[in-house]
Design a protein around this ligand. Structure first.
Ligand code: UDP
Length: 451
């Protein structure tokens, strides 16, 4: 893939991209925008006011804001299903008007919109425009999501459901791995999934933020469920770092702190941009980290601890107890952190970006999935690929301390590192000329030019 510094040859074709406004979904869409720009396309990004991207970092892209109609209380990630339901209703007219304005200025080759914005398919149809979907999750987790409306009730409506029971409809998952999302009405969740799947089937193509070697069998499943061209062209961030689309300021002091640490000694801890936890869980984590005696870099995002501004919930005397062994920041340059020589493990919530970024740098994981696709990703990381150790919910400080040491200093962690380094090598190959993602990107580019 070409890099941002190379001046692309333009092909006079205009693409309109529409990211879903959450950090983990903005990053891949912005990276894709840059990749397609490097292929010669001119790019316009339509975006909501809520979580709008920083335009100044992408001077070669045109940004057009549209109204999302969210009130102050609605513009929140507390109930992500309510949010997605509202956005799919509120954005219809502003998105349509914005597109009409763009079309009045000249032709558009196609729309590329996030799968979560399922409403955009009928808008595209209304203008006779092809729509390609970007799905930023793993393929296997999307396959599980697609079956969810049919199987969720079966497993969760029973009073006595067993978390360890297998789910024959979605092997190798157990009931505890099924995606759960807390929302005020579970029917909204099922309706949303059904719409997302139906409108993806109705689209002209599907871009996956993954690479085919990692998910071969899920990819063939996807090709059956979505008999449209599937393009697994990830990971993107090797070409365009997420720093350029970060909604929060990345604290670079974490890198100078890492510079002072021994190779592979630091456990990096981050639960992404949406996950929350209670004070008790936060305290157990704090002690688990302190007692493990491993150096750690901990991202405590404001809002991570329910009811706290930032670090108020830390036990008193904690900073003195950990001394120089711990560094706590609000937000880190994660990809740079994972690539740093001092980082030896990643305690993650297994958002798909974080999981893929860890694989790209060969860093074994400790998995604490919180909700949704994270549970499925964690299952693959721990039980299928053997590159991480899963923490069950409610695990206490003593057990945390032991498990951190298992990953960071024991033979078990070494074996995980060997396995994840094999995957890292596959990533490196798939992005090079002739590699699978490189090839699929070429095909995507020709496909768009054929419209
Ligand atoms: N990230 C970051 N700094 C941090 C924590 C996360 O830049 O301190 C980035 C990370 O590199 C990833 C994204 O935020 O690209 C998080 O996406 P993910 O899918 O892992 O989780 P989500 O935030 O969607 O739950």
């Amino acid at each position: 893939m070409e890099t941002q510094t190379q001046k692309p040859q333009t092909n006079n074709r205009h693409l309109v991209l529409y990211p879903y406004p959450l950090q983990g979904l903005i990053n891949p869409m912005l990276q894709l925008a840059n990749i397609l720009h490097s292929k010669g396309f001119s790019i316009t990004i339509i975006h909501t006011h809520f979580n709008s991207p920083t335009k100044s970092k992408h001077p070669h892209i045109t940004f057009l804001p549209i109204s999302d109609g969210l009130s102050k209380t609605e513009a929140s990630t507390e109930d992500i299903i309510s949010l997605v339901t509202l956005l799919n209703t509120n954005c219809v007219a502003p998105f349509r008007d914005c597109l009409a304005g763009l079309l009045a200025d000249g032709p558009i080759a196609c729309l590329i919109t996030d799968a979560l914005f399922h409403f955009s398919q009928s808008v595209a149809d209304g203008f006779g425009l092809p729509r390609i979907v970007l799905r930023t999750s793993s393929i296997f987790s999307f396959m599980v999501f697609a079956t969810l409306p049919a199987i969720h009730e079966k497993y969760f409506s029973k009073q006595d459901f067993q978390l360890e029971s297998p789910v024959p409809e979605a092997p190798p998952l157990q009931v505890k791995d099924l995606p759960t999302i807390t929302t005020k009405d579970s029917n909204d969740l099922y309706k949303f999934i059904t719409n997302m799947v139906t409108q993806t089937k109705a689209s002209s193509g599907l871009i996956w933020y993954t690479f085919s070697e990692l998910e071969e069998s899920a990819l063939s499943q996807s090709r059956k469920l979505f008999p449209i061209p599937n393009f697994p062209i990830g990971p993107f961030h090797k070409s365009f770092p997420a720093s350029s689309s970060s909604l929060l300021i990345q604290d670079k002091s974490s890198i100078s702190w890492l510079d002072t640490q021994k190779p592979k000694s630091v456990l990096y801890v981050s639960f992404g941009s949406i996950a929350e936890m209670g004070v008790k869980e936060f305290n157990e984590m704090a002690w688990g980290l302190a007692n493990s005696m491993q150096p750690f870099l901990w991202v405590v995002r404001p809002g991570l601890v329910r009811g706290s501004e930032w670090l108020e919930a830390l036990p008193s005397g904690y900073a003195e107890k950990i001394g120089d062994r711990g560094c706590i920041v609000k937000w880190a340059p994660q990809q740079e952190v994972l690539a740093h020589f001092a980082v030896g493990g990643f305690w993650t919530h297994n958002g798909w970006n974080s999981t893929l970024e860890s694989i790209c740098e060969g860093v074994p994981m400790i998995c604490s999935p919180c909700f949704g696709d994270q549970l499925v990703n964690a299952k693959y990381v721990s039980d299928v690929w053997g590159i991480g150790l899963r923490f069950e919910k409610g695990v206490e400080r003593g057990e945390m301390e032991r498990r951190i040491r298992r990953v960071m200093v024991e033979r078990e962690g070494e074996e995980m590192r060997e396995r994840i380094l094999c995957l890292k090598e596959k990533v490196d190959v798939c992005l090079k000329e002739g590699g699978s993602s490189y090839q699929h990107l070429e095909e995507l580019s020709s496909y768009i030019l054929s419209f």
